[in-house]
Design a protein. Structure first.
Length: 313
C-alpha cells in the first residue's frame, strides 16, 4: 500500500460520488456541509454547537453562520442545554425534520441506483470491502472500533418496517440466492404485524449503530396456545461480530418470558449456520427438520423450540 494507492482510490471514489450527485440536485438548496449538519441533528437527540464542531471538525464561525441560517429558515430551534446551561441545545423543527428526511431519501435513491448496477453475487464482497476500509481507517471518536455496548435496541419508527422487508430481500438474495418468493413472504409477515398486532404480546426490535439500523427481529403470537414465535432475525454484514444477533435474541427471550409465554419457537434453514449457533447459545433445541424447495433453492427447514419456564430456572 502506497500514498499513490490511496490517492488513486480517492480520485476514483470522488468521481463516483460526483456521478451520484447529478446536476447538484442531491443536496439542493444546501451545500454538502449544511446537509451533514442536518444529518447529525436528525440522528443525535442531544446536540449542541460544540458537539457539532467536534463531530464535523468545523470552524466555529462557519458553523455559527450555518445554524443562524437554519434558525431563520425555521429548520432548528435552540434552547438552554439541560446538561450545561452555558450551552444551547439544538433540535430540528418539524420543517427541519421533513427537510432532513427529504435529503436522506434522495441519498438513498442515488446510492440504490448505483447498487443496482452491481451484480447480486458481488454485493457481499463490496460490503465486506467497505467494512474493512471503515474499521481500519475510521475508528470511533474514542479511538476504538464499534463495541457491542454501542448498539441500541429500539422500537421501529416510520420506515423501519419497510427497511426490514428491503434488507431481508437484498441480503438473502446476495448471500443465499433466494428469489422474490422470499421477499413476498417477509412482506406478508411484516404487513400482518403492521396491520394487526397486540403491543402487549408482540413486538419488533431494531438494532441501531451510529444512527442507522443494522439489525432486527420480531416476536409474534404463534397459533399454538401459550407460544410465541421469533421471526426475521437479521444483522447487516458490516455490523457482524458485535454480538447484535445475541442481543436481539436475548430481547425476544426476555420479552416473551416476561409477558407469560410458555414456549418460544422459530423456523429456519440449516444453511443459516451463524443464526443457528445463536439459537443454540440461548437454549433453543432442534425439534424437527424437513427438506423442502422454497425461494428457488433446495433447503432443509428446521423447527427450534425454547422452554421459557425452563430457561428461567
Amino acid at each position: 500500500m502506497t500514498v499513490q494507492d490511496i490517492r488513486a482510490f480517492n480520485r476514483f471514489y470522488t468521481n463516483v460520488i460526483g456521478a451520484l450527485d447529478y446536476s447538484r440536485h442531491l443536496y439542493a438548496p444546501f451545500t454538502l456541509t449544511e446537509s451533514r449538519v442536518l444529518y447529525e441533528l436528525a440522528h443525535s437527540p442531544h446536540t449542541d454547537a460544540a458537539d457539532l464542531r467536534s463531530e464535523l471538525s468545523l470552524d466555529a464561525g462557519y458553523l455559527s453562520r450555518i445554524l443562524n441560517r437554519f434558525e431563520q429558515d425555521g429548520l432548528i430551534e435552540r434552547a438552554p442545554s439541560e446538561r450545561d446551561p452555558r450551552r444551547r441545545h439544538i433540535t430540528l423543527t418539524a420543517h427541519g425534520r421533513e427537510t432532513a428526511d427529504l435529503l436522506a431519501e434522495r441519498a438513498d435513491e442515488s446510492v440504490g441506483a448505483l447498487l443496482a448496477t452491481v451484480p447480486a453475487t458481488d454485493r457481499p464482497r463490496l460490503s465486506e470491502a467497505l467494512h474493512t476500509v471503515r474499521t481500519i481507517l475510521s475508528p470511533d471518536t474514542d479511538g476504538h472500533r464499534p463495541r457491542p455496548e454501542d448498539v441500541v435496541l429500539r422500537e421501529p419508527g416510520p420506515g423501519d418496517l419497510g427497511w426490514i422487508v428491503q434488507r431481508n430481500a437484498a441480503l438473502y438474495s446476495a448471500e443465499y440466492h433466494f428469489n422474490a418468493d422470499y421477499e413476498g413472504l417477509v412482506a406478508r409477515i411484516v404487513a400482518d404485524f403492521a396491520e394487526d398486532h397486540d403491543p402487549h404480546l408482540e413486538r419488533v426490535w431494531i438494532a441501531e449503530l451510529d444512527g442507522r439500523p443494522v439489525g432486527c427481529v420480531m416476536c409474534v403470537r404463534d397459533d399454538a396456545p401459550g407460544t410465541a414465535r421469533l421471526r426475521l432475525l437479521l444483522v447487516e454484514p458490516d455490523a457482524r461480530g458485535l454480538r447484535i444477533g445475541d442481543q436481539l435474541v436475548s430481547a425476544v427471550v426476555e420479552f416473551a418470558g416476561g409477558v407469560g409465554y410458555r414456549d418460544l419457537v422459530l423456523w429456519t434453514n440449516d444453511i443459516l449456520g451463524a443464526a443457528r449457533r445463536i439459537y443454540q447459545r440461548h437454549g433453543f433445541a432442534l425439534v424437527a427438520e424437513k427438506p423442502h424447495r422454497s425461494f428457488g433453492q433446495d433447503l432443509v427447514g428446521q423447527d427450534w423450540r425454547l422452554d421459557l419456564h425452563g430457561s428461567r430456572e
